[in-house]
Design a protein. Structure first.
Length: 231
């Protein structure tokens, strides 16, 4: 049984529904070949990532000869929807959301899996916690060289930095593609009143969002940053 639409993207849509008498989110993959392989990849990745509280729970594939569907844990909204209705959120909540995203990534990276498409639309949220969803673009870096592994990890962390900006209500700032200009761009951000109260948090933002800054490449380094650990 499938009900109201919760969200849709390039590869499919998600609706509220029932699976084995459990209220859940049911993801239906579009019929294109590319979408199908994306859906297959997502179910395999999710099976490998079960057991972490900050990664969406995967219940199983739904038997249907016409559609490729699978059941997931149900959340009331995505982070992007939450931010549209809560434009100014406290630093305490920002820290909690970032810490939980990073904790979920830490679990994935230990399994040598990177997400590859982190964004507020792919982070689900309820009153207690977040869950990272939409793992269709994810891949393993198991066979990568050490440099390749570092690159994959860093890309996920750059996306966390972008989410950090959105949590600060600064998503209107366009990050320059020219990496050499990022330091200058970050200096301009310091003029924002929201950032003057950030303190050591600005150092974390700077290290996360600059793709050339490898001083934070492991999730543990970000989780242990003094700003995140402070009350």
């Amino acid at each position: 049984m499938i009900g109201s639409l919760l969200g849709e993207g390039a590869y499919g849509e998600v609706r509220k529904g029932l699976w084995k008498k459990k209220v859940c989110a049911i993801k239906t993959i579009k019929s294109s070949k590319h979408s199908y392989f994306n859906g297959i990849n997502e179910t395999k990745i999710l099976q490998a990532l079960q057991g972490d509280p900050y990664i969406i729970k995967y219940f199983g594939i739904i038997e249907d000869v016409e559609k490729f569907q699978f059941a997931l844990e149900l959340y009331p909204s995505s982070l992007s929807q939450f931010l549209r209705t809560n434009q100014r959120i406290s630093m305490v909540l920002i820290k909690r959301i970032l810490s939980q995203i990073l904790s979920g990534l830490k679990f994935a990276h230990k399994k040598q899996i990177y997400h590859g498409d982190l964004a507020p639309r792919n982070i689900l949220i309820n009153t207690e916690k977040i869950a990272i969803s939409d793992w269709g673009s994810a891949d393993t870096f198991r066979l990568e060289s050490e440099k390749g592994k570092q690159f994959c990890k860093k890309q996920d962390l750059v996306e966390v930095g972008k989410i950090f900006l959105e949590l600060l209500s600064l998503s209107h700032y366009v990050i320059p593609w020219d990496n050499q200009k990022i330091t200058q761009w970050l200096q301009k951000l310091l003029g924002e009143r929201r950032l003057t109260r950030l303190g050591e948090g600005f150092d974390l933002l700077r290290r996360l969002i600059n793709p050339d800054d490898y001083s934070i490449v492991n999730v543990e380094d970000a989780l242990n940053h003094p700003w995140l650990l402070s009350p």
